[in-house]
Ligand binder design. Structure first.
Ligand code: ADP
Length: 393
């Protein structure tokens, strides 16, 4: 099973995307629908609301009078918090029940309008954000949903901005164009990413791409790393996760791989959260646990997790705080960040290795290796001269 968090601003096209995913076979868990169901007439949710806010929030039919409730909680943060404390746990329980009832190989799409606002993004293996410019959203809400323009604008203003959503997005679906264009993008997402991701997760398998192709530095790499690090950290009980490797060095062409280093006090701790890491998309690959035996990290213990997501190459290295391997990953990154000459030299080594290996990953790694012997000494010398000490993140 793969759980996908689907979000986006009001009027962005979430429901449209959800419908298409359901047509392709997804199981939909719609938070808005559940939020209505858990306070429907006759539910204990509604009884609690009446107990908290009085009979005046009931309509003549005995159901919830939404406008009346809205006017009670409007502008009253405490009242809103009390309402949320009634509704949110029930929505979560109802979602959990639907997820538990879904088939083992389901792609479960959870439509959660306030996913980013609620800080829920790190708890999904994949977050899909539907994006449409605010002015276009207003136009669609007014013209197609008949919403008064002022309502559309005030609802948009009450939600997080696009930057916050972008930071949480594993997949950014631009819905500025025609509906047909969106459908084609959603179909490709389903076929090329969601279906294989689900299969990998279910089997506990990581994507195995060893191809070594250097690409130009992507200015979004740090943002990708931050998003993935938040996910890993949440699964690992809040432990520190650092972005390491070449994609952590601004301006350096690299393989399009995000390296993350999760810092633990002892590798023995990992057994306590391994299941959680795997559940959010990072299966353990015990066969590559050791650091590359030819590298200065030979025999330095680590645990290695790959990713089940075919859309984002990620390596997760788990190392003990204070261990030589942990320190070296941070030192090497910081030295390359600080020393332009070293960076250029390393790039030349990488380019040569990429071309001589013909893109074969293991061969590429072997070809780069000799350079590290001297480089490690220079990085250490730099640490001494600059007073570098490793910091966690
Ligand atoms: P959300 O669920 O994010 O609030 P909807 O999926 O309901 O958004 O979309 C808002 C409105 O815009 C709906 O009436 C929908 O039919 C319409 N819509 C969605 N995508 C497009 C598009 N690409 N072009 C024009 N209208 C669209």
């Amino acid at each position: 099973m793969l759980r996908v968090g689907l979000t986006g601003g009001i009027g962005s096209g979430k429901s449209t995307v959800a419908r298409r995913l359901v047509a392709r076979g997804a199981v939909l868990v719609d938070s808005d629908v559940l939020a209505r169901e858990v306070v429907a007439a006759g539910t204990d949710g509604l009884a609690e609301i009446v107990a908290a806010f009085g009979e005046e929030v009931l309509g003549p039919d005995g159901g919830l009078d939404r406008p009346a409730l809205a006017s009670v909680v409007f502008g009253d943060a405490d009242a809103r918090a009390r309402l949320n404390a009634i509704v949110h746990p029930r929505v979560r329980a109802a979602s959990d029940a639907l997820i538990a009832a879904a088939p083992a190989d389901a792609v479960v799409v959870q439509d959660v309008p306030l996913l980013v606002e609620g800080g829920m993004a790190p708890f999904f293996p994949l977050v899909v954000v539907v994006h449409t410019e605010a002015e276009e959203r207003v136009r669609r809400l007014v013209e197609q949903r008949g919403m008064p323009e002022a309502d559309a604008r005030s609802r948009i203003a009450a939600q997080v901005d696009d930057d916050a959503r972008r930071a949480a997005a594993d997949v950014w679906l631009d819905n500025s164009g025609a509906p047909d264009a969106l459908e084609a993008v959603v179909d490709a997402l389903w076929d090329e990413r969601l279906v294989p991701f689900e299969a990998n997760l279910r089997r506990g398998e990581a994507v195995r791409t060893t191809e070594a192709v250097l690409v130009d530095p992507d200015p979004d790499w740090p943002a990708h790393a931050a998003r993935l690090a938040a996910r890993v950290s949440a699964a690992a009980g809040g432990r520190e996760v650092a972005h390491t490797g070449s994609t952590a060095v601004p301006g350096l062409p690299a393989k399009d791989v995000i390296d993350l280093q999760l810092a633990v006090g002892s590798l023995d701790e990992v057994a306590g959260f391994r299941g959680a890491l795997e559940a959010v998309g990072f299966p353990w690959r015990p066969e590559v646990d050791h650091d590359n035996p030819k590298s200065p990290g030979a025999a330095w213990p680590k645990l290695y997790h790959g990713t089940a997501d075919p859309g984002r190459r990620t390596h997760l290295h788990i190392r003990e705080i204070g261990s030589p391997g942990w320190r070296y990953a941070l030192l090497f990154r910081d030295w390359l960040r600080a020393d332009r000459e070293a960076r250029e030299e390393y790039l030349a080594v990488k380019r040569r290795a990429a071309s001589e290996s013909g893109g074969d990953g293991p061969r590429y790694a072997d070809l780069k290796e000799p350079w590290f012997d001297g480089a490690a000494d220079r990085a250490e010398a730099w640490a001494v001269s600059s007073g570098w000490v490793p910091s966690l993140a």
